[in-house]
Ligand binder design. Sequence first.
Ligand code: PLP
Length: 375
Amino acid sequence: MHVGPVTIDVDVLKEGLRGDVGFTSREFVEAFQYSLKAMRRLFNAKPNDQPFIIPGGGTSAMESVTSLLRKGDKVLVVSNGVFGDRWEAILSRYPVTVKVLRAEPGDYVSPDIIEEELKREKYTAVTMTHVETSTGIREPIYEVAKRVRSLVDLIVVDGVSSVSAEETKLENIDVFLTASQKALGTPPGAGLLMLSENAVNRLSDDSVAGYYLNLKNWLPVMRSMEEGKGSYFATPPVHLILMLAKSFQLIEKEGLENRVKRHARISQAIRAGIEGMGLSIVAKRPEAYSNTVTGVLVKKVNPAQVLQEMNNSGIELAPGVHPALAGKYFRIGHMGWVNENDAIATIATLERVLYKLGEPVKLGEGLKATQLQLA
Ligand SMILES: *Cc1c(COP(=O)(O)O)cnc(C)c1O
């Protein structure tokens, strides 16, 4: 029950057990081709939109967005936590101007505030984080994108812990990026980006990007791979892409709609359990809840000790990482192939662990609430 890397299906892992996989081998090119086409279907992309799979992960995908920026461009960063702030950390390494709109921990920057700022001043790009993994907050990205579409050239969404577990579509968005190891349920090693035609047209030699993460250098490889022809710019994570193709197969077998519904159902069951045992969630209001991550506030015990005891009982949770809430919370990840039994085991074990450590919880009440939610 971590926030990533998440638990990986054995069928996915098995795809990586190959001794001879070159970057022009038929099986690798087919896996790459399949993954790119699956991305198009997942995002409901138009023919001139362009999928990319690059080495690294969420952060390399984020940094590669500099391929769309030129010297002096202004970027508005909408930050609901640690990963929102990462945009500022990355972009401040480049000759662009950054302004940050920051939410209180546990909340998101409202669409009104974002729209107001984009009306007040001209920006080249705005970045948002679909699910802020540090706190489990979901930004209403589709509403924002619709409202600001005509005000800004590029709308960029970090969907690292949302893609395939929350509503996923490129509608009104120019860059939707993710990583292999979160809701997609593959080992870490790849960053994935879906670019709109508008974004593809901005790839040029005068961007501020460097060499390795410059999407203009990766574009010919993506086009060639999608046509089923091997091509080289820099070595791709070949085994990872074999596994990624399998993940996409499993995702398509479940279907995006079913997958989003399953994540919603499991997340509701977990939140019901947390509240049932008498604890609070970091997200301040239901509109901010996410399908993939729940931040849990504790009153008395040390969250690090809770994680240690949970680990001893066979369930791995994630620490709280938002500096403003340091020592006050931990996180439950519920993405990938999570099921009802995972929700029940997590809540039952958690309330027992908390009870033993002296947190004032109502033993049995969390599990009851989860059961009622799932019944
Ligand atoms: C995990 C995460 C990242 C960073 O991804 P890495 O693969 O660790 O580089 C960025 N944004 C969000 C929302 C994340 O959850």
